[in-house]
Design a protein around this ligand. Sequence first.
Ligand SMILES: NC(=O)c1ccc[n+]([C@@H]2O[C@H](COP(=O)([O-])OP(=O)(O)OC[C@H]3O[C@@H](n4cnc5c(N)ncnc54)[C@H](OP(=O)(O)O)[C@@H]3O)[C@@H](O)[C@H]2O)c1
Length: 335
Amino acid sequence: MTDALQIVLAKRPVGDVNGDCFRQETVAIPALAEGQILVRQRFLSLDPYMRPRMSELHSYTPPFEVGKPLTGGSVGEVVDSRNDRFAKGDTVIGMLNWATHTVHDGKGLRKIDPAVAPLPAHLGVLGMPSFTAWYGMKHICKPKAGETAFVSAATGAVGQVAGQLARLAGAKVVGCAGGEDKCVWAVREAGYDACFNHRTERDYGAVLDRLCPQGIDADFENVGGPIFHAVFARLNNFGRVAFCGAISEYQDKEPMAGPPKMFTIVQRRLTLQGFIISDHTALMGEFVNEVGGLLKAGRLKSRETIVEGLARAPQAFMGLLKGENFGKLVVKIDA
Ligand SMILES: NC(=O)c1ccc[n+]([C@@H]2O[C@H](COP(=O)([O-])OP(=O)(O)OC[C@H]3O[C@@H](n4cnc5c(N)ncnc54)[C@H](OP(=O)(O)O)[C@@H]3O)[C@@H](O)[C@H]2O)c1
């Protein structure tokens, strides 16, 4: 059996993540114990939630351990099995190491049909980020015709689906993204009514007043910080916020203050709801039916950035925190 290449957390970042936080190791793959499988990985998903997990503070998931491999959503094929649930040749998805191979007890892994869609799609538009967008839009934002929905990180893995679902629900959809190319894609391909570049736009309030003259009824919040503060001030009566993430704050050394005038929540009868998608796995089947159906019918577009080679994962992850990815960021492991 060959060795495995893996990437471990070398040290915890303080502020911005840099290359010193990662170390590449070659390790011998151990013989399987009863109940274990060996997965040869094909694709690894890189996601913003990995940044809070690199810090010591316990969030909704435990922190990564220093000296141990980082983990993430990954798709691969079972190449050896001593577990009755999995056979050699099965394609599986679940949390695996940042590695070429992972020995696993199979818990939390599920088999997928590789014929349904290209493997990276199972980590993006048919996977966790898209499920997150679907849940937040359907169960919290609930946009409808005549309303205005706003989506930050509009072309990201989550945002691109969230925006399209709001449009399909009949709402006007406005977003923001970190580049002209991303904004053009959002409008031309994903059907946003408008999208502004948050890197060049200095006055978020003014641009929102221009693009959302009727105010905002539903906000799918991915970014937090000043963009959210400007959106919050423009929420209409009975507005809904699906609090999905706050990526602009993940590298801050101190937590950022919330928006001013919190009594607005009462005055405008707002609903602000945070959610973690892993609490809603029971709805996965419903999601796959609905979103899979939209994809099949050509009613949903998706965009990915695929990086070649596990060794490039740290650099790609640091880039994700600066907006260098365009759509779902996936590492192709075999290169
Ligand atoms: N609650 C949950 O269960 C759950 C599940 C999945 C994801 N999330 C959250 O959803 C959000 C989006 O995740 P994703 O997977 O779709 O990521 P993603 O969009 O694929 O990648 C992150 C994007 O965030 C934007 N960004 C990065 N730093 C920024 C900053 N300082 N200010 C503004 N934008 C910034 C960048 O896009 P631009 O170039 O457009 O700025 C970057 O491409 C994240 O906050 C993530 O933590 C939550």
